[in-house]
Design a protein around this ligand. Structure first.
Ligand SMILES: [Zn+2]
Length: 417
C-alpha cells in the first residue's frame, strides 16, 4: 500500500492519546451493568456515545430493545456508519459491547472502579477501571480508526461499527435481538472483527468455538431411611452414576482431536449439584446434577444427545429411578475458514503494526461469534490486550488502544491500496 498514506494514518492515531483517555474516562464513569447483574443497563453510556458521534458528524442509528428492568425500559444498540451510508457488497463490521460486568469484591480494588485512573508502567501509561478493557478498549480503538480514515481522507471499504448491549449476560437484548428483529442488518458475506479477546502479543485469532451443551438432570427415586436402601431408590447414587458414566463414556465415544483448540478434545464435565436432604442418614429421593459439555464442532449435538439418552435409560433401569433433563444452553458453532479474507488481512495488518505472526485458534465457546458464524458470517475475535477482563483493577495499555486502532484502520482501507 501507499506508504505516505499509511504514515499519515499512523501519525494521526499517534496523536489521539488524549482522545483515547477522554473516551475511556467518560465511558468508565457510566456503569453499563446489565439488569441481570443488578445494574441499570446501557442507556447512559449509549446516550453519551450518541452525543459524541453526533458532535463529530458521524451518522449512526440506535436500535432499542425493550427491557422493563432497565433504565428507560430499553437496551440500546448503536450501529455507526463511519463513512455515511454503506454501498452494496460485503461490509466489515467491528463489533464491541457496551455492557460491563460488576466490579466484584470491592476490597480488591485499589481505586474506585468507575473512576478512571492513569498510571505509568514499564509498558507506558495504563488506564485502570471497570470496563476499560472489556470492552471499551475495542470500542475506543474502532472509533479512533474510523476517525483516522476520515481525517486523512483515506479511501475506505464499506465499514460499520456496532456497539451492542447485553453481551455479558447472553446477548438476548444485543446481537441475538438484532438478528431476530433486523434480519437484513447482517449479510452472509459480511466480515466481523470482534475485539473482545486475545493475548498480550496479539498473536492469536479466534476463528472457532466448540459446541456448548449445558445439561441439568433431575433424578427422582424414593426416599428411605439410611439403613434401608432396599426400601428406597437412591436418587443421589443414580445421579452420580449418570454423570460419572457420561463423563467417561462420552469421552470415549466422541474422542476426536483437534489441535486448533485448547484442550484439543471434547470435554464432558459434571459441575453444579443441588443439595438434597439435610441429614446423613436419609437416602435422598431426589437429585439435581448438572454438566457442562464442550464438544468439538465435528460432533453435532443431536448425536451426543442420542448417547446421553441411551446411558440415561440404563441408569434408570438399574436404579429404579426416573431421570428428566433440560438443556439451559445448547449452541452449535460453525468455524470461520482460516483462509478467509478476514483472517488473511487481519494477519497482515497485525504483522505490519506489531511485527507479530498470527495463528488461528479455537476456544471452549460461549461468545457472540458463534451466533454470527452460524449465519454464515466470517468472524474473528482478536485483540492485543493484557487480558484483565472481569478482574479487580482491570486495566489497559494506552499503547494497545492506539496499536489496535492502527490494525483496524488498515483493515478498513479499500482493498489493493
Ligand atoms: Zn467482553
Amino acid at each position: 500500500m501507499e506508504t505516505a498514506l499509511k504514515e499519515r494514518i499512523f501519525s494521526f492515531i499517534d496523536g489521539t492519546e488524549e482522545l483515547a483517555v477522554e473516551l475511556e474516562t467518560e465511558l468508565c464513569r457510566r456503569p453499563a451493568v446489565s439488569p441481570a447483574s443488578g445494574g441499570e443497563g446501557e442507556l447512559e453510556k449509549a446516550e453519551y456515545l450518541g452525543d459524541w458521534l453526533g458532535s463529530r458528524g458521524f451518522t449512526f442509528e440506535r436500535i432499542d430493545i425493550r427491557d422493563d428492568r432497565a433504565r428507560g425500559k430499553l437496551r440500546p444498540n448503536l450501529v455507526v456508519d463511519p463513512a455515511g451510508p454503506v454501498p452494496a457488497g460485503p461490509v466489515l463490521w467491528i463489533m464491541s459491547h457496551l455492557d460491563v460486568v460488576p466490579p466484584g469484591d470491592a476490597s480488591l480494588w485499589e481505586s474506585d472502579p468507575w473512576t478512571l485512573v492513569r498510571r505509568d508502567s514499564p509498558q507506558g501509561p495504563r488506564l485502570i477501571g471497570r470496563g476499560v478493557e472489556d470492552n471499551q478498549q475495542g470500542l475506543v480503538s474502532s472509533l479512533i480508526a474510523a476517525l483516522a480514515l476520515r481525517e486523512t481522507g483515506a479511501p475506505a471499504r464499506p465499514v460499520k461499527l456496532l456497539f451492542c448491549a447485553d453481551e455479558e449476560c447472553g446477548s438476548a437484548y444485543g446481537v441475538e435481538a438484532l438478528l431476530r428483529e433486523r434480519p437484513g442488518l447482517f449479510r452472509g458475506e459480511d466480515l466481523v472483527l470482534i475485539p473482545d479477546g486475545g493475548d498480550n502479543r496479539g498473536e492469536t485469532i479466534e476463528i472457532a468455538e466448540k459446541n456448548i451443551l449445558w445439561l441439568e438432570f433431575n433424578t427422582r427415586g424414593k426416599q428411605a431411611h439410611g439403613s434401608r436402601p432396599d426400601l428406597g431408590a437412591n436418587a443421589a447414587l443414580a445421579g452420580a452414576e449418570l454423570t460419572v458414566r457420561l463423563h467417561y463414556e462420552l469421552g470415549e465415544i466422541f474422542n476426536g482431536r483437534d489441535p486448533l483448540f485448547e484442550p484439543g478434545y471434547s470435554t464432558f464435565e459434571p459441575t453444579k449439584k443441588l443439595s438434597n436432604v439435610p441429614n446423613i442418614n436419609t437416602i435422598p429421593g431426589e437429585d439435581l446434577s448438572c454438566m457442562d459439555l464442550r464438544i468439538l464442532p465435528r460432533y453435532p449435538i443431536g448425536e451426543v444427545l442420542k448417547e446421553i439418552d441411551r446411558i440415561k435409560g440404563e441408569v434408570e433401569a438399574k436404579h429404579r429411578v426416573s431421570i428428566s433433563y433440560s438443556a439451559p444452553q445448547s449452541v452449535e458453532s460453525r468455524a470461520t475458514p482460516p483462509d478467509s479474507p478476514l483472517i488473511t488481512r487481519l494477519s497482515q495488518a497485525v504483522k505490519e503494526v506489531y511485527g507479530v505472526n498470527c495463528r488461528p485458534i479455537g476456544i471452549g465457546g460461549g461468545t457472540v461469534g458463534a451466533l454470527l458464524r452460524n449465519k454464515g458470517l466470517h468472524c474473528a475475535v482478536w485483540s492485543r490486550m493484557e487480558d484483565t477482563a472481569h478482574q479487580p483493577n482491570e486495566y489497559v495499555l494506552l499503547s494497545n488502544i492506539l496499536g489496535n486502532a492502527k490494525v483496524m484502520a488498515l483493515l478498513m482501507l479499500k482493498e489493493g491500496i
